[in-house]
Ligand binder design. Structure first.
Ligand code: ADP
Ligand code: MG
Ligand code: MG
Length: 901
């Protein structure tokens, strides 16, 4: 039998289901599902996504069997509807809609009112008795077909519209009469023929073929391609094509159309949320041309429809067990549902909804933890406007282009537009916040912004935007291009300047969700922190220790740099030791602060890592100052600076190499660490120092240095008379270290993957210079992601896996973690979990992200049957039981982070 390429829905039955998104696209799968559960969905059929793929592969031709299958489904549709395409008495009209497996709002094309021609429009008049409506539908169709299918720019049609409005002396489309619209249809036909140079297709089947191809082609349109790039959407076959019976929201005062959310997508509150327009077609709401009314007001216009809509809202949410974003149209008092999908929501809403739905017994804790995308939490973890989350401040830009420009220059951008269109996505991605004067919460701007996690105020009616003068005015105040504005997406306030922000905290629903996440997580989460303040912030966010303290930052503080420079200038060991002795007490004090802040938790401290030249002044003035302070000749300083110069400093005299050549540097640092540990222990602080040697490439290096570390540590312990347990380990950041990890583990008690350097050296990309080519690589899909952001699991990941395997072959209980930037990036955290690391370590603000990503990785590991069981409402309890029986690697989790109130 030929392959099934078309799936029917209608008459209470559907061939597809919601699980078939890959085949039918999200829109098609859900139209089928809604038909199945008895919602009023206009009947139609869906052409599978694979057709899109086959179309391109086959040189822009339909695959075998498609034409026949479409024909058969049209006949079936005509039967269900009791109407026929092109019928001069009662024509069947359809829409042709796109819809991929992953929702791409507004990025692809739709054709409405298909099936009209000179005879059919007469049929429509006869059927509806509404001449004005029929001509309006026809002119919209000619316009859309010309624009979407044949590529005639919309403005050519718009010009005719303007001409006739001026001739009649009217402002609005709705002021035009039936005759005017009829005349407009003639004018539109003229535009069509002039630009296409072929007559308008009158055969509805030809129209349909053209529209199907146009929708398929829009899959590879600029907007769609860019959207997929920005959202890392890959591996899809293409778009499905939905052909669906038209219903009309523009048939008069008992008709309308709208878009709703089952809950407020900005705050997450459980209130019916949405907007509608009376006497309008769907496009009008989404395009943000007329500002719609809040959904509750529908009760005043069509109370029966409103009640039905509220009832359907409840059914949708109970059925899908998640917030739905759905479209409806009312045709002369009859309600139809045209689309539903999982509602995009802000980070704050995602957290609230997940926690609320557990309380409502709609979902279990397992599912709640999986409902929030870890990366989204970022928005809750940055400084925000004092009043509320979801705010943004930036410099005003009036075009998407300018926004992208400014963003490239590293400027914070606030994009201000009348409305946004799908062409603007690049600029929207570049902006911190988006502000529009028309449209509502369901307009393109709002939907896309929410998807991107951007702050957005859509439809701020008081704004007067003047694109020509590049100004925006409200309440008598005018702001020009590149001036600061702040917006608060939650309250809808627009504020002058850059409004002050406060540090975020982990509390309420957010804390609850994180506590649940910790119940599933098996990998530890630590932080990278160099100061007691950062350590404390991270601890409040749930960090279970420090995975990396960089000691070099301490060298720059205050007057210390002069002692460091003195050390570098020193001609012999004695002089070096004298300089280092000045640094010692200061370092010790730093460590005491950090140990105290991390009372009870492990702290990994890395010995000096950067090349020495980074501490020397490069400018004349500071060089002179240095000469004066150290009592040497300025020439000597210059010579020293020149001597320290290296061709490839990242591959030069740095890391453990410094401590091998100048053992006294490491000795001073180890003494400072251990004396600090002893001192705080005397005060009752529980310390677990882990001394980490950077940039090891050979087993001998770590042997030599570990020996020195142990010697100094023992001396310090003896002198202080307190016993402090400590560990000595290494970073694995040079590919060779991964290769000989078994040998290194003979000495090292722990490994910490420095994946920044490891990525740099594995790829051979200087991490400070990737800006010149990596963006291009990503665009051309040579790389799928920037490997410095998301760990390259295919290549670098192999080294990591091998090093862990080899290391543990030598030392069974080898403690393994990661301290590169990747430690807070969700896909990398998942990888670290999978390869059996004990912990990940990341910057303080990413700790909650890592905790959630780690929990999701652990949940994905649950056996499928149990995961299904856990999905039921009481699932979280079961999941906990399972976890106890699996061998969780909890060694590093000495203490559960307390939920902060
Ligand atoms: P998008 O994916 O951009 O939302 P849609 O396929 O949903 O595109 O269509 C765009 C608009 O046209 C929506 O407002 C939708 O409700 C409306 N629409 C699509 N099909 C029909 C139909 N059969 N009857 C009435 N309106 C429709
Ligand atoms: Mg839609
Ligand atoms: Mg490094």
């Amino acid at each position: 039998m030929a392959k099934k390429l078309v799936y029917f829905f209608g008459g209470g039955k559907a061939e597809g289901r919601t699980e078939m998104k890959q085949v039918l696209g999200g829109k098609g799968a859900n139209l089928a599902e809604m038909t199945h559960i008895g919602l009023p969905v206009p009947p139609g059929f869906t052409i599978v996504t694979e057709v899109c793929d086959l179309y391109y592969k086959g040189g822009r031709k339909w695959p075998a069997g498609l034409a026949e299958q479409i024909d058969r489904n049209i006949i079936r549709l005509e039967k269900v509807m009791g109407q026929t395409l092109g019928d001069p008495r009662d024509p069947l009209l359809v829409s042709v809609r796109s819809g991929a497996a992953v929702s791409m709002p507004g990025m692809m094309d739709t054709v409405l009112n298909l099936g009209l021609n000179e005879q059919a429009v007469q049929g429509l008049i006869r059927k509806t008795g509404n001449e004005r409506f029929a001509w309006d539908a026809y002119r919209r169709f000619i316009n859309m077909y010309g624009d979407v299918v044949m590529g005639v720019a919309h403005e050519h049609f718009e010009a005719e519209m303007t001409r006739i409005k001026e001739a009649r002396g009217v402002q609005l489309d709705t002021d035009l009469s039936a005759d005017d619209l009829k005349q407009l249809c003639r004018a539109y036909m003229g535009v069509y023929q002039k630009h296409v140079k072929k007559p308008f297709p009158t055969d509805p089947r030809k129209q349909l073929a053209g529209a199907v191809n146009a929708v398929i082609t829009s899959w590879n349109g600029d907007r769609a391609v860019k959207y997929r790039q920005l959202n890392h959407i890959t591996g899809l076959l293409g778009t499905a094509v939905n052909v669906q019976t038209m219903v009309f929201g523009n048939m008069g005062d008992t008709s309308g159309t709208g878009v709703c959310f089952t809950r407020d997508p900005a705050s997450g509150e459980n209130v019916f949320y949405g907007e509608f327009l009376m006497n309008a077609q769907g496009e009008d709401v989404v395009a943000g041309i007329r500002t719609p009314l809040p959904i509750a007001e529908l009760d005043n216009y069509l109370p029966r429809c409103y009640r039905e809509l509220v009832e359907i809202k409840g059914r949708l949410e109970r059925h899908y067990r998640d917030v739905q974003d759905f479209e409806f149209t009312i045709q002369e008092g009859t309600l139809y549902i045209l689309q539903t999908r999982t509602g995009k929501r802000t980070a704050a809403a995602a957290v609230k909804i997940a926690v609320d739905m557990v309380a409502e017994k709609l979902i279990g804790k397992t599912e709640a933890v999986c409902r929030v995308e870890p990366a989204m939490l970022d928005h809750l973890l940055h400084p925000m406007l004092a009043a509320s989350p979801g705010a943004a401040a930036g410099k005003v830009c009036f075009t998407a282009e300018e926004a992208e420009h400014m963003h490239e220059r590293g400027e914070p951008v606030l994009l201000v537009r009348h409305e946004t269109s799908p062409e603007d996505i690049g600029g929207m991605a570049a902006a911190r916040g988006i502000l529009t004067s028309t449209g509502g919460m369901t307009s393109h701007a709002a939907v896309v912004a929410r998807g991107m996690g951007k702050t957005c105020i859509a439809g701020c009616g008081e704004l007067r935007i003047n694109y020509r003068n590049k100004t925006v005015t409200a309440g008598g105040t005018t702001v020009g291009e590149h001036e600061w504005l702040s917006i608060d997406g939650t309250t809808g306030e627009v504020m002058l300047g850059s409004v002050p922000t406060v540090e975020p905290t982990l509390s309420g629903d957010f804390a609850t969700l994180m506590k649940w996440a910790d119940g599933f997580r098996t990998i530890g989460v630590r932080t990278n922190a160099d100061t007691p303040h950062d350590a404390k912030v991270a601890r409040d966010f749930g960090a279970e220790g420090i995975g990396l303290t960089r000691t070099e930052h301490m060298f720059f503080e205050g007057d210390r740099i002069w002692a460091v420079r003195e050390m570098i200038m020193a001609e012999d060991e004695d002089a070096r030791r004298t300089a280092l002795a000045k640094l010692m007490p200061m370092q010790r004090e730093d460590f005491e602060g950090i140990f105290t802040a991390m009372d009870g938790l492990p702290v990994t401290i890395r010995l000096l890592d950067p090349p020495l030249h980074e501490f020397l002044p490069q400018d004349d003035a500071t060089q002179s100052e240095m000469a004066e302070r150290l009592g040497v000749d300025v020439e000597a300083v210059r010579t020293k600076v020149e001597q320290q110069h290296e061709m490839n400093p990242m591959l030069g005299f740095r890391g453990c190499r410094l401590s091998i050549v100048y053992p006294e540097i490491a000795e001073m640092q180890v003494r400072a660490i251990m004396e600090a540990a002893c001192n705080v222990k005397k005060r009752g602080v529980k310390v677990h120092p882990e001394i980490m040697v950077p940039l090891i490439g050979t087993a001998k290096e770590i042997e030599v240095l570990a020996e020195a570390v142990h010697r100094v540590a023992k001396e310090a312990i003896k002198a202080k008379g307190v016993r402090v347990a400590y560990m000595v380990g290494t970073m694995i950041e040079i590919p060779r270290a991964a290769l000989v990890a078994d040998r290194i583990a003979e000495t090292a008690e722990f490994f910490s993957f420095g994946t920044n350097d490891l990525t740099q050296m594995t790829f051979g990309y200087s991490r400070d210079d990737v800006g010149s080519f990596v963006p291009k690589y990503i665009k051309q899909e040579i790389l799928s992601r920037d490997p410095f952001q998301a760990l390259d699991q295919e290549g670098v990941g192999q080294l990591v896996e091998m090093a862990i395997r080899k290391g543990r072959a030598t030392r069974k209980d080898l403690k393994v973690g990661i301290c590169g930037e990747h430690g807070g990036e969700p896909s990398s955290v998942e990888f670290c979990h999978r390869v059996g690391m004990n912990y990940v370590s990341c910057s303080p603000f990413r700790v909650p992200i890592a905790r959630l990503a780690a929990a999701q990785a652990a949940i994905a590991d649950l056996p499928p049957a149990r995961r299904r069981a856990a999905r039921k409402t009481k699932g979280a309890k079961k999941a906990k039981k399972i976890k106890k029986t699996t061998k969780a690697r909890k060694a590093v989790r000495k203490k559960k982070p307390a939920a902060k109130k």
